[in-house]
Write a protein that binds this ligand. Structure first.
Ligand SMILES: Cc1cc2nc3c(=O)[nH]c(=O)nc-3n(C[C@H](O)[C@H](O)[C@H](O)COP(=O)(O)OP(=O)(O)OC[C@H]3O[C@@H](n4cnc5c(N)ncnc54)[C@H](O)[C@@H]3O)c2cc1C
Length: 440
């Protein structure tokens, strides 16, 4: 594909998540031409995906067209394509639907996906939550389970349909379990006639000794107690060893029946390390040098969740949005310096601002250094921070309004099951009439 301005260095950024977008913004005034490639046409605010999955927000509240975010950057072109291979010797990148791209600098920011710890066959029964499509699929399963329970004549089947299992007690699992409990206890409680949604069981299953392992112990204990008060059954030290359409089995021989299972237990990096033939850790994250360059490829950087930067104590940096954004900003500045012939900045330094997780309406935990918040104040803080980080005033106002409305009325506007397909139309020659479906 022909470059836009042939005499300028060409920077290709793969992935328009938190890291990739920040790198692109940092290069907006640099004398480079830039191509941002993403397999989807939108940037997704993943921290609020669980709210789409539990019908509090609509997909468009938390996603923005990449083209429109970068529309004012005159040096930037956006391409929707799936990157499939990289040839670092030829400095060329291949996609599923375009001619190859040549690059002078390459930034890999392709993030992670779910890991089923070697059991990919569980994926159809227990979707993970990483993309908008995952969130709408979980929402569909959640709402359909209640609809099916309402018309089921079989008591055991009704119980199974009203059991919801979340695997993984990190922030995503905790947020999902809390939100499912609220949907069952408050949002749907008056809407059904034959079933009582308040009798649903929400199970949170965690393999480790406690939920929220990255949070201070006292806040994790508070979250555990709060979930239980909300009606969530929390099982720690319980490893899932089996998963099918009827529920999950655990390593200690127990069985939990449930029709809706959500996987929030592990991550696996996108296959970028394989494209590059680069060193990587067990989760597939590319091992990068302190200046975020991929070892052995001077003009290739990896940032965000797909990169592994070891801290002095050997632990990797946390896979959260601020890490990806800081890396993106750093790499943008490093490339701008190199293009301008200035010395590159020193090694990348990560600054950890803190950890936040919400458990439900009126309950969240916040840990920023020695500053701790919990309960309603934590929830207010969490809400303000998340609204602040959304893109654009319209989205901020819309989400703030949805939350206020939900808070005051217990109503959730996005309770839509949108996958209904009418049975195919068929014409029978003897009747010469149009009928729907097979026998009726
Ligand atoms: C449910 C959930 C909740 C979270 N909550 C929080 C939170 O509360 N706070 C927090 O700080 N962090 C949170 N995170 C983590 C945070 O969202 C990630 O750390 C962050 O998104 C990483 O940014 P990234 O740029 O590395 O990757 P991503 O934001 O994942 O972006 C990767 C991009 O690459 C694109 N891509 C992937 N492969 C290809 C390919 N082959 N070709 C083209 N494009 C490709 C994808 O479409 C995507 O747009 C959460 C994550 C999830 C999933």
């Amino acid at each position: 594909m022909a470059p836009m301005l042939a005499d300028m260095p060409h920077v290709v950024i793969v992935g328009a998540g938190f890291g990739g977008l920040e790198a692109a913004k940092a290069l907006r005034h640099a004398p480079v031409e830039m191509t941002v490639i993403d397999r989807v046409n939108h940037h997704c605010f993943q921290p609020l995906l669980y709210q789409v999955a539990t019908a509090a927000l609509s997909p468009a509240d938390i996603a923005w067209p990449i083209r429109s975010i970068l529309s004012t950057q005159k040096n930037t072109r956006v391409v929707m394509a799936d990157v499939t291979a990289i040839d670092t010797d030829a400095k060329e990148l291949r996609t599923d639907r375009t001619a190859p791209f040549r690059y002078d600098f390459l930034v890999i920011a392709t993030g992670v996906t779910h890991s089923y710890f070697g059991h990919d066959e569980w994926a159809p029964y227990a979707p993970g939550l990483k993309r908008i499509e995952d969130a709408t699929e979980i929402r569909r399963r959640l709402l359909r389970a209640f609809e099916a329970a309402e018309v089921s004549e079989d008591a055991a089947e009704r119980r199974r349909l009203m059991n919801f299992i979340v695997v993984g007690g990190g922030p995503t699992g905790v947020e999902l379990a809390g939100a499912c409990a609220e949907v069952a206890r408050y949002v749907l409680s008056r809407d059904f006639r034959r079933i009582d949604p308040r009798t649903s069981r929400i199970l949170l299953i965690e393999a480790g000794p406690r939920i929220l392992p990255t949070f201070p112990q006292d806040l994790a204990r508070y979250a555990h107690r709060t979930l239980e008060r909300m009606g969530v059954e929390v099982f720690t030290a319980t490893a899932v060893s089996d998963c099918d359409e009827t529920g999950v089995g655990t390593a200690d021989g127990r069985r939990f029946e449930g029709a809706t299972i959500v996987w929030a237990a592990g991550v696996m990096a996108s296959p970028a390390a394989q494209w590059l033939g680069a060193a990587h850790d067990k989760a597939g994250r590319i091992a990068v040098a302190p200046d975020l360059k991929v070892e052995g490829a001077d003009n290739v950087y990896a940032i965000g969740d797909v990169a592994r930067v070891a801290r002095p104590d050997g632990r990797p940096l946390p896979g959260i949005a601020p890490t990806a954004k800081q890396m993106g900003r750093y790499v943008g500045r490093a490339i701008a310096a190199r293009v301008a012939g200035r010395p590159a900045p020193g090694p990348f330094r990560y600054r950890h601002y803190g950890d936040l997780a919400t458990i439900g309406r009126r309950a969240a935990i916040v840990s920023i250094g020695r500053f701790r918040l919990r309960g309603f104040l934590g929830w207010l803080f969490w809400s303000i921070i998340h609204i602040y980080f959304l893109i654009g005033t319209r989205h901020r106002l819309m989400v703030a309004f949805e939350w206020l409305w939900d808070y005051l009325t217990f109503q959730r506007g996005a309770r839509l099951i949108t996958d209904y397909m009418p049975p195919p139309l068929s014409v029978t020659s003897d009747q010469k009439s149009v009928t729907r479906g097979s026998g009726h």
